[in-house]
Write a protein that binds this ligand. Sequence first.
Ligand code: MD6
Ligand code: FE
Length: 157
Amino acid sequence: MSVAMTNCGPLGWVSDASGYRYAELDPLRDAPWPPLRDSFRELACGAAERAGFAGFVPDACLVNRYAVGARLTLHQDKNERDFSAPIVSVSLGLPALFLFGGPSRSERPRRVPLEHGDVVVWGGPARLRYHGVMPIQDGEHPLLGPHRINLTFRKAG
Ligand code: MD6
Ligand code: FE
């Protein structure tokens, strides 16, 4: 019932004994994160542009891998420096029900099904909305087996 996390790109989201932050080094390896591949950058920038956010330049790609049963509680993404930049979210593997809430935690979220290959661009007035992921249902994806992987491209620094 766990979410495994890593990153690529100049900055990565880390949680360790000293808290949560964006960092240039992977604390597990004491080394930079793998580069953001051109194909990833082109996918993210192209999606952002089509959604009305031309000029998006991501400097972080957070990679979350969900096992069956794993979930993400309602949260806001507010540790990035510039909220005018959107977040581009790519879903792979097992499907998920994404919880799309309002500006306060108390607002009842909508449930949006996300499948392998879906891309969501999250910006403008929606940028600070609460959101989460319902527990991943049991299944077997042809490419990713019993997992869901979500990539979020961000302008963090
Ligand atoms: C996920 N995504 O879909 C988790 N945050 O697994 C997020 O928390 C998220 O998809 C901000 C913007 C888009 C997202
Ligand atoms: Fe989030």
